[in-house]
Design a protein. Structure first.
Length: 147
């Protein structure tokens, strides 16, 4: 009979530990939340049209390659121009891109190309500067509305 108590005690402790390690109210979700295709689908569903999306992992202008996926797309009114959706696995990877964009914004020669940049969780959405503020806001709002 005495041998059963340690087993029950271990089971009870394991159960309590597992409950404490589970999802808790206010817990931080994993950073890598959205996939690029989910963003494409959400933008299109909100009426912010993403046309001809193509995965393209090549970037220029010494941009960091810290993203795990990159989709370039067209916006019908300004096609073939449009934008890009980048997803990241970690906050540090995203921060490298945000620092890169800050550098572009501080350079008078490249400032105009990074007017419309929106971030939600692990997603960075960059839109072409030829959009109007209202058009770009529609895309940004659609991104922010993602669940």
């Amino acid at each position: 009979m005495l041998k059963r108590y340690p087993v029950l005690l271990i089971l009870a402790m394991t159960s309590l530990l597992a409950a404490g390690c589970g999802a808790q109210e206010g817990a931080t979700p994993p950073f890598d939340r959205y996939q690029a295709q989910q963003v494409v689908d959400a933008l299109n569903a909100a009426g912010a049209t993403v046309q001809n999306p193509v995965q393209n992992m090549t970037v220029g202008r010494n941009a960091p390659s810290t993203f795990n996926n990159r989709i370039i797309f067209e916006v019908p009114r300004i096609a073939p121009d449009g934008g890009q959706i980048l997803t990241f696995r970690s906050a540090g990877d995203l921060q490298a891109w945000q620092d890169y964009i800050t550098g572009l914004r501080n350079d008078p020669n490249t400032r105009r190309s990074v007017i419309y940049v929106y971030v939600k969780d692990n997603v960075l959405l960059q839109l072409n500067a030829n959009l109007t503020n209202a058009e770009a806001t529609q895309y940004g709002d659609a991104l922010q509305a993602m669940n």
